[in-house]
Write a protein that binds this ligand. Sequence first.
Ligand code: KG4
Ligand code: ZN
Length: 339
Amino acid sequence: MNKDLVILGIESSCDDTSAAVLRGSKVLSNVIANQSIHEKYGGVVPELASRAHQQNIIPVIDTAIKKAKIKKSEIDLIAYTKGPGLLGSLLVGSSFAKSFSLALNKPLVAVNHMKAHILAHFIDQENHTKPTFPFLCLTVSGGHTQIVIVKNHNDMEIIGTTIDDAAGEAFDKSAKVLGLKYPGGPLIDKYGKNGNINAFTFGKPKIKDLNFSFSGLKTSILNQVNSSVMKNPKFIHENLNDLCASIQHSIVKILLDKVTKAISQTNIKNIAIAGGVSANSYFRKELIKLSKKDKLNIYIPKLEYCTDNAAMIAIAGKYKYKKNETADYSESANARLSF
Ligand code: KG4
Ligand code: ZN
């Protein structure tokens, strides 16, 4: 019997430095250092992000190895995020991964961050069934919004994507209009829980195919909020919960309408969600409602595997390694790595 591989995953594509150790598909440790430095700037500042990765990478990897209660020599494979992401951030993780692989004399695998978000579903998780192929995955993060047909672990096809902002950006930019800190998605989620989803209505995109657009919604929110604040300077404060609930409802409706369309076009009824925005509680609730109405099999990952984490990089590395797709040391980080 083959023994389960011990995989070290390294993620540094944006503003989270993360390292995880998996034995097979089981997580032994998954350590994430967030960067609060960006809060006051209303978005990730690339230069500050790469500097923070430099400071965090060694302690985070050290902690992940210690928490997993393994020795460095037990690591069989190192998987790192090659892209897409911020180049300066990616370079920190990829340089460390290459050096560590050379030092330990262990194979290296370069992982696509967006595929890894999807493959997070194959991490062993309590109360979570792994999806059956083929399935549709709606991957919604700070940088991407994609509907993907997943035929198997290594065969995926994008059938819809955003033509402007990503869903996470729609959350974060709307939050910024309301004066909330970055990242605003979790705050909109929090305040929206106590608000009325129908209190405000915003512009809806008119995109016919499976692609998304959020820029019109953003402008509509900005215009409504600005004109209301001119009349009443306390408008945001007095309506924060309702504004958040209505914004959240608008974004989630755009997402789920496209999922419904993709289901009717592909006839695939196994639906997974992935990426940071899939942590949104209203989105999860609405997806469950839709699944009951349309008899769908839905797959929702644990919260810690929705937002950026290295466990998803490790599991993606495992499936690439199975196909003997190891990385060359000359391979470099790629900010715009294609799917
Ligand atoms: O996947 P992720 O952690 O990083 C990227 O690869 O981009 O996604 C980050 C995005 C941010 O835009 C953040 O605001 C959003 O996910 N997000 C949420 C929630 N948690 C994270 N958006 C809405 N509701 C949430 N609970
Ligand atoms: Zn991500």
